[in-house]
Design a protein around this ligand. Sequence first.
Ligand SMILES: Cc1cc2nc3c(=O)[nH]c(=O)nc-3n(C[C@H](O)[C@H](O)[C@H](O)COP(=O)(O)OP(=O)(O)OC[C@H]3O[C@@H](n4cnc5c(N)ncnc54)[C@H](O)[C@@H]3O)c2cc1C
Length: 403
Amino acid sequence: MKQKDVIIIGGGAAGFFAAINIAVQNPELTIAILEKGKEGLQKVKISGGGRCNVTHAEFIPQELVLNYPRGEKELLGPFHKFMTGDTIAWFEERGVALKIEEDGRMFPESNTSQTIIDCFLNETKKHQVEVLYSQTVKSILKDGDAWSIITQAEEFSAKKILVATGSSPKMWKLLETLDHKIIQPVPSLFTFNINDKRIKDIPGVVAQNVEIQVVGTSLFSEGPLLITHVGMSAPSILKLSAFGALELAALDYKFTIEINFIKMALEDCLEALKGLKLDLAKKSVLKAPQFDLPKRLWQQLVLASKITEETRWADLNKNQLEALAAQLTKAHFNVDGKSTFKDEFVTAGGIDLKEVNFKTFESKLHKNLYFAGEIINIDAITGGFNFQNAWTGAYIASQHISK
Ligand SMILES: Cc1cc2nc3c(=O)[nH]c(=O)nc-3n(C[C@H](O)[C@H](O)[C@H](O)COP(=O)(O)OP(=O)(O)OC[C@H]3O[C@@H](n4cnc5c(N)ncnc54)[C@H](O)[C@@H]3O)c2cc1C
């Protein structure tokens, strides 16, 4: 049996971050990471389309927490101790400069996730953290004051353990044997499948700022909307998928959304269209997009309002004006299924928030058992917030584990 002071289960974002920080804070401790894969940090590698969206340029804890459909309340305290600015400083101190993109997402200046991986691997080496690959943890047992950890290959003993296995159903099952309650996982951060004539031929078109309501629910979001080959994506949709993860799963991903493409009330839009009818009387309705809408989207909405290609503004009758106003401000689309958002996806669910002490990230049920990252029932919208949760939890746990 191999004895260590600290064992980290899971060599992903949270596991590496915790191990390195424990080693920095207390160089006396013997620390090992047990990772089931032949390599670790695989999600970091593919994250952010291979660029790793490390965090988000939001520096106010009260604002930052609003990006977490699950974990909003619980992360407020932790973010006061370690958040975005600390993440940036941490990486900068280790030679990894981060840059901010227009929408607030932060990436390594190198534009490759390999920079983050190299940084972690260098740091573990430098601080003598042992990283043991091909070690799948099969059981975790209490052994007096210590923990016994059994992998398919070996047995380990440690005084303190941190479980950072991300969204691993097997580990959640194992933790149930330690009496932890697991909130059943459902996907979060997905795109909507929509088979609709209006968007069929216009993939790639972006409406810059729309409002979307899931009909029959209070789920609402706003932001950019992207038409894809199979439906719709971009922040307005991804936010709904995250905040509505449970509700949309219960609907089996079959529901209707109402889109306001121009963020205007129907009546105001109708008035504006009447004005255009006078101002642009002799002009073709189809050819001149209005309300800053992309031309191809405008054309689809016009055609869906039973307005033909030849129609001029002056020719529009009351029904056509009303139909166009409805298409612009209350367009209904039927969603039938979901697709994976390739840049980032997470799982809602995990260890019940009530069973974690967010001052230390220690289990409330067992002493010297800690959690960090996606294993806990915390997840965020897209933009670097999921990693920030991993860094924050891992850092705070490291402070207590290293004592
Ligand atoms: C395609 C994709 C892109 C993403 N991009 C971004 C992004 O750009 N920005 C962002 O903020 N978030 C992103 N995310 C989300 C982010 O990757 C996760 O939230 C984050 O990796 C969670 O970290 P973690 O350490 O909790 O889990 P993970 O990074 O998943 O690490 C868990 C580790 O535990 C290991 N493990 C599991 N079970 C066992 C076991 N029994 N024994 C030993 N080891 C085990 C796994 O092999 C894995 O290495 C993305 C996710 C995906 C899928």
